[in-house]
Design a protein around this ligand. Structure first.
Ligand SMILES: Cc1cc2nc3c(=O)[nH]c(=O)nc-3n(C[C@H](O)[C@H](O)[C@H](O)COP(=O)(O)OP(=O)(O)OC[C@H]3O[C@@H](n4cnc5c(N)ncnc54)[C@H](O)[C@@H]3O)c2cc1C
Length: 473
């Protein structure tokens, strides 16, 4: 599976690519790639401009060398892991904020800009970029667009795709195209912008993006509610959302996750189900808070507390550091694949109940938390990797929860993408014909399958072999 990448010598100055062991090893996987599935690319390239990207793609396309875009590598499904080696195209040096247009609530950026840097660049205008994921400070806008990320504020503001106005994209053969416009709406032609959002680097390489921005609300209030049972908490979230409570964040944390957060952060919260809340408004925020409180009271809430001035970070800590708390809870147990199912909000209590019942039945630890207002559950089955039976049970529990979410009208992945980890659920979720339509698009944009091969489509993943598209059979 090795590809000769010495042709890069003629294309780029030596500091913009590397065939060295350490650089290749550092791009062999993302946060979610287990050690035994890491694959070193044959070369790492750091483009500094759209021209660099175009030149490399044109040459790679001619030679049939795979190119996998790589940004901050915080994906959780192996999305930027170069499973067929070739070139890892590291976009992190294309990190300029190009233009801020506060009057239009817009800015233009290169793909390697970190999420937090966007908010820093526009804060002086009283603006912010609302759909940042929880990983906003450690991931890039290119990675967020390619995965169609979303975060805690999606319940009010939507996901990344709702905020991408226009893109510059380099296609597989090096052609540079522009999609969308600066207008807030358009009915002109196919919506190529939305096609590239969420395409995980399999259709083109994003080299520039025009993003929408929102005004920072005048009033921001955070709080936390503690419930006697997880059922009460999940029903309360559903009731609040369907009743139209205008909430900007509404996050569920089950009792096991609360225990883990307590242990990790040395907190003394009750080991009880909790809902973390944040309200954004320009006036009358208290009315919305009272509305939410009254709904939660109808679901037996034990404690409903709002943070005072300067207390919000402290109140929210248990939620913010959960990913790390879960990972470090028990040295003998490892989290298997990070669950990311999302269901229609009416099915939220059902998916939470299903996950917890299954965990109890299988006698495994499954902490559940997530962006509840979107119907999202992050769950992690904890496993002793040295115990084969425990691994098999954990895999079954993990998969059953995904299947259940799809059965309830939801999706296998609300925000992390398909990558490599969720390939097997694609057809189950969309049906054979819809997946064939996706494949037709892939063939149209990338006929020789050099862009991030081995991702999204289940049958193209053939470990140890070159990707095969149906047209090659
Ligand atoms: C602690 C933690 C918390 C997280 N929380 C969230 C969350 O709340 N919400 C959420 O949605 N995700 C979350 N994630 C997942 C991850 O951070 C996001 O998906 C993020 O957007 C990935 O960005 P990245 O810069 O790390 O991209 P990478 O992981 O490097 O790449 C992501 C994908 O994009 C492609 N790509 C990268 N750049 C480009 C480009 N310029 N053009 C085309 N394709 C490109 C890659 O090939 C790959 O397929 C979390 C991850 C961690 C580790």
């Amino acid at each position: 599976m090795e590809h000769d990448c010495t042709f890069l010598d003629e294309l780029l100055p030596s500091e913009r690519y590397s065939l060295g062991e350490a650089d290749r090893a550092s791009r062999a996987g993302d946060w979610g790639t287990p050690e035994d599935q890491r694959v070193r690319p044959d070369a790492v390239v750091w483009p500094r401009s759209t021209d660099d990207v175009s030149t490399v793609l044109e040459a790679a396309h001619e030679r049939g060398v795979p190119v996998t875009p790589y940004a901050a590598g915080t994906s959780l499904e192996g999305n930027p892991t170069p499973v067929f080696a070739g070139i890892s195209l590291d976009l992190t040096e294309m990190d300029a904020v190009i233009d801020v247009r506060p009057d239009d609530f817009q800015l233009d950026v290169q793909p390697g800009v970190m999420g937090g840097a966007i908010d820093e660049a526009v804060a002086q205008y009283g603006l912010f970029f609302p759909p940042l994921p929880s990983s906003g400070d450690i991931s890039t806008i290119g990675g967020m667009i390619a995965n169609d990320a979303s975060g805690m504020q999606t319940v009010k503001y939507g996901e990344v795709s709702d905020w991408v106005r226009a893109l510059e994209v380099v296609l597989a053969d090096g052609t540079v195209i522009r999609t969308g416009s600066r207008a807030i709406k358009s009915s002109s032609g196919y919506n190529l912008t939305d096609l590239f959002v969420g395409s995980e680097g399999t259709l083109g390489v994003i080299t520039r993006a025009t993003l929408g921005l929102a005004g920072v609300p005048e009033q921001i209030r955070g709080g936390r509610a503690i419930f006697p049972t997880l059922d009460d908490a999940a029903e309360a979230v559903f009731d609040a959302v369907r009743s139209g409570v205008d909430v900007a964040k509404i996050e569920l944390v089950d009792e096991l996750s609360a225990t883990m957060a307590n242990a990790y952060l040395g907190l003394e919260l009750p080991d009880a189900p909790m809902v973390f809340l944040e309200f954004h408004a320009n006036h009358d925020v208290e009315r919305e808070i009272d509305f939410c409180r009254s709904i939660f009271e109808a679901h037996a809430v034990d404690r409903f507390e709002m943070a005072g001035e300067g207390e919000m970070d402290e109140l929210w800590r248990a939620r913010k550091d959960l990913a790390y708390a879960v990972q470090s809870y028990d040295p003998d147990l490892e989290p298997i694949h990070p669950g990311d199912v999302t269901v229609p909000i009416s099915a939220y209590p059902a998916i939470i109940r299903y996950a917890k019942d299954l965990a109890a039945e299988a006698d495994v630890m499954v902490p559940c938390f997530g962006h509840a207002g979107d119907g999202n559950v992050h769950y992690t089955v904890m496993v002793d990797r040295d115990d084969q039976e425990s691994v098999e049970t954990a895999e079954r529990v993990y998969a059953d929860i995904v299947e259940k979410a799809i059965e309830l009208g939801g999706t296998s992945t609300g925000e992390h993408g398909i990558g490599r980890g969720k390939c097997e659920y694609l057809e189950r979720e969309h049906g054979t014909d819809a997946v064939e339509a996706m494949r037709a698009l892939k063939r149209a944009f990338d006929p020789t399958d050099i862009l991030n091969p081995g991702k999204i489509f289940p049958e193209t993943v053939s470990p140890g072999g070159r990707v095969r598209l149906p047209s090659e059979d």
